[in-house]
Design a binder for this molecule. Structure first.
Ligand code: SF4
Ligand code: SF4
Length: 93
């Protein structure tokens, strides 16, 4: 079997960070009271979500705009939109 060198496909993009967050949690109490697994901390491929100090933290500056979080939170508790025009993911090819 032919062997392929490992590479990171995300090496092909940069994020031009907007100072206006494009992601936020609608109700923190839902994360704390109704979602013991905090599954968003696993399904986001870019570690945007983390459970810290009893609340869900969102580091929107890491978002690669894959769209998974719009479908994966069973409580529909994540507000997500594209960053404003000119900001967000920039492809290097
Ligand atoms: S999956 Fe949804 S409800 Fe659960 S912690 Fe994440 S944002 Fe909150
Ligand atoms: S769009 Fe993708 S990278 Fe961005 S927060 Fe949602 S799951 Fe994470």
């Amino acid at each position: 079997m032919e062997k392929y060198a490992a590479y990171d496909p995300l090496d092909n993009l940069l994020i031009d960070v907007d100072d206006k967050p494009h992601i936020y949690i609608i109700k923190q109490t839902t994360c704390g009271n109704k979602c013991p697994d905090h599954s968003c901390t696993n399904f986001c491929p870019s570690r945007v979500f983390s459970w810290e100090g009893g609340k869900l933290a969102v580091d929107y500056t890491r978002c690669v705009e894959c769209g998974a979080c719009q479908y994966s939170c069973i409580h529909k508790n994540i507000h997500w939109e594209y960053p404003r025009g000119g900001f967000g993911v920039v492809y290097l090819y």
